[in-house]
Design a protein around this ligand. Structure first.
Ligand code: ASP
Ligand code: MG
Length: 402
């Protein structure tokens, strides 16, 4: 007998048939004598539809408190429907909203963080032999207002429950059957991984391999919760996400593409101390995430600073720099949105030289120019022209894995 936490994403509960499919997966574990806690997301595109409804009312942007009130309704619908299905199939079940399940969060509406999870109610229901179905993505703040954890936050809800309840298993069900070495829709030689380390998954999640929410992986790493990503539509093992994994023949775990990038160049800056500080201090005040940074020094005692930001923050970054134009001498700001970031990720590269050169060679052979490069212990990223992004993923994947 085990304590199992199972999380089902929106596509897994999109309609009545899928709800029953999920109910059967849950009951199958329950009938074997396990305690089962389930976390669900809103059905299908419900969250996006609710956002559209809000935009009809206030296109300039409703308050975040009211957005949370609205969006949390999506999960309320799916927990009730799933509980009804389990009921109909003859098993004892109870659905709980985030606050009923003990999710106390801070007050940052729309991106709230879990402060603590009071598991008393969940424990009582488990003791009564109920299957417990919890609304993901939501909690309550100290003013008793409903909060949400940010898009994709149900993964984090599930990991939080698994950590607090010391669960034996935390399974994240989705509509793909695991984590792949590259996007399988674009790269036909992409393989499903049996396992991946937390740190590698974090890099891949940030880089746009959208299977697991980043925060949930951070939390899983912190509390050492082993995750399994698997399909709710096919009954087969998925990908395990854990602390350390055996390295297979390849040193590279996966290749990812991130198209949500803009490159900003501040050209003809004075080459004096404090210039980079002034720019990035302002950028930080505007809460813009900077990724790759490059500085190049010209001959006429000027320099250029180029950096990347999420594409939707590009205009804001320009605004931020223009706001300090008076204290900063530069000739021009150039924004380029037709760029993409391609990264290879793998814990094995730490101890193996030559990964960078192999990646650059693959790009060179394909005639793809590299605009910027950045590296960490387990990742090498390059910025390239967006139109070559898919080709780049393919040739790099072929070089290491395919
Ligand atoms: N329903 C929310 C969203 O679409 C939370 C989640 O799916 O995890 O972002
Ligand atoms: Mg989701």
């Amino acid at each position: 007998m085990a304590l199992i936490v199972k999380k089902f994403g929106g596509s897994s509960v999109a309609d009545a048939q899928r709800v029953f499919n999920v109910a059967n997966i849950i009951i199958n574990d329950y009938k074997k004598g396990n305690d089962v806690i389930v976390v669900v997301s809103a059905q299908g595109d419900t969250t996006d539809d609710l956002i559209e409804k809000a935009e009809e009312i206030n296109p300039a942007g409703a308050s975040k408190r009211e957005m949370d009130m609205l969006l949390s309704a999506g999960e309320q619908i799916s927990i009730a429907l799933l509980a009804m299905a389990i009921e109909k199939l003859g098993c004892p079940v109870i659905s709980l909203l985030g606050w009923q399940a003990g999710f106390n969060t801070d007050s940052h509406h729309s991106i709230a963080r879990i402060k603590n999870l009071n598991t008393e109610r969940i424990r009582n229901e488990i003791a009564k032999k109920n299957i417990v179905v919890v609304a993901g993505f939501q909690g309550i703040n100290k003013y008793d207002d409903i909060t949400t954890l940010g898009r994709g936050g149900s993964d984090t809800s599930a990991v939080a429950i698994a950590a607090s309840m010391n669960a034996d298993l935390c399974q994240i069900y989705t509509d793909v059957d695991g984590v792949y070495t590259a996007d399988p829709r674009k790269v036909d030689t992409a393989r499903k991984m049996d396992e991946i380390a937390y740190d590698e998954m974090l890099e891949l999640a940030t880089l746009g391999a959208q299977v697991l929410n980043n925060r949930s992986v951070e939390m899983a790493k912190k509390y050492n919760v082993e995750l399994e990503v698997l399909s709710s539509l096919e009954n087969k093992p998925g990908t395990k996400v854990k602390e350390t994994v055996k390295m297979e023949k390849t040193l590279i775990r996966g290749v990812a593409k991130d198209s949500n990038v803009a490159r900003i160049s501040v050209v003809g800056l004075e080459d004096t101390p404090g210039v980079a500080f002034k720019i990035f201090n302002k950028i930080a005040q505007y809460k813009i995430n900077v990724d790759i940074i490059l500085q190049s020094v010209g001959r006429d005692s000027t320099k250029d600073i180029t950096f990347t930001v999420p594409r939707d923050q590009g205009k804001l970054a320009v605004e931020a720099i223009e706001s300090i134009k008076g204290g900063l001498n530069y000739k021009d700001i150039v924004v380029e949105e037709d760029v993409a970031k391609i990264s290879v990720v793998g814990a094995g590269m730490e101890s193996h030289p030559g990964v960078a050169s192999k990646m650059f060679e693959a790009l060179y052979d394909a005639g793809i120019n590299i605009q910027m490069i950045s590296t960490s212990e387990i990742k090498i990223s390059v910025l390239i022209d967006a139109k070559y992004a898919d080709k780049a993923v393919k040739v790099v994947h072929d070089a290491f894995i395919g």
